[in-house]
Ligand binder design. Sequence first.
Ligand code: NAI
Ligand code: ENO
Length: 358
Amino acid sequence: MTELRGPVRVVGTGLIGTSIGLALTRLGVVVELIDADPDSALMAERIGAGSRLVQLAPQLVVVAVPPDHVGEVIAEQLRQTDAIVTDAASVKGKPLADAKALTDKAADDLARYVGSHPMAGSERNGPLAGRADLFDGATWAITPHPTSDPEAVELVRRLAEACGARTVELSVADHDLAVARVSHLPQLMSSLAAGTLVDAPSAHLDLSGQGVRDVTRIAASDPGLWTQIVSANSPALSGLLEQIRDELDRLLIALGKEEAADEVTAVLRRGVSGAVRVPGKHGSPHIELVSVLVTIPDRPGQLARLFADAAASGANVEDLRIDHSPGRPVGEVELAVKPASVDQLVRVLTERGWSVHR
Ligand SMILES: NC(=O)C1=CN([C@@H]2O[C@H](COP(=O)(O)OP(=O)(O)OC[C@H]3O[C@@H](n4cnc5c(N)ncnc54)[C@H](O)[C@@H]3O)[C@@H](O)[C@H]2O)C=CC1
Ligand SMILES: O=C(O)C(=O)Cc1ccc(O)cc1
């Protein structure tokens, strides 16, 4: 059996590399930290993600640098070490092709390389955004190529599990199509929607509610990193963007005409059907939840009181959203619970003085 013993060398100590370092260090695995930017490696070391000086040769190298540089760093690490090498890049085809082009004894050396991709992150970057629990309960894709050594695949699986993730194995091409759908297209749609707000008068922005916050959250992501991700995955993304363009064209042609309502309804209905297919928390299949809306005074301690009262009803809060409307002395908390818990939750909260609606 292939055990993850370490040392693990992390190249690129930004958000992802530092989070991997923190997760492994908490298990006692020795982690070596390398970054092209000495301040980044120093910062990662200071927050406990590993050490910049490790004498022992690595068992595993994790390349967590931006996608444009992943292929060259993989090839370099295969050349410099006897270790198994993986990477965390958000796209898998281009790094593999780049590494192949730069590896001399291609088949031999590349057997020690297996791509992977933790499906967790944030719109922040750099070592200070790193967290030991970033991957807890997340999905981590493992993407062997045809000449990957099965032992290398197993070790990368151990890495993902050690970081608290559950693994899914798929081919490089399948992975890139999947992330185009569930990650790269949503990023572009979020950026496009947020872009229309740049010149909006502040009086318009004052009307913002949770919907626009939800849709624009990931628009805050690093443009430098995402330019590389989108460019590297352009073949898979192009097909999806064409599909959206065709639907927008149909919508634009219909708007203002009699058939507009049908076209709008069709777009919205398709959206409902797609949204329910997004898996729920902990990677479990989508579960039917009911929302209960509670008005909450904007004062310290109110959330704690609400949670205590919700717990007293016996309901498990499956999801939570807080809406602070600008300039209002109250906020609104949306508690999502299983249908069986709703009546009891509403009854207990109402009895305890909360203003509740469904
Ligand atoms: N940001 C996210 O939410 C996620 C990112 N990823 C992938 O993880 C990788 C890293 O992303 P982040 O940690 O967000 O980026 P980041 O910007 O936080 O960190 C990248 C680090 O790599 C270093 N670096 C750049 N070129 C280097 C080189 N040639 N050698 C050594 N170090 C180098 C930079 O100095 C920086 O410290 C990317 O490939 C990205 O696609 C994967 C999952 C989620
Ligand atoms: O912030 C979010 O919701 C994300 O989905 C983060 C993310 C960004 C890039 C990836 O390659 C994987 C995950």
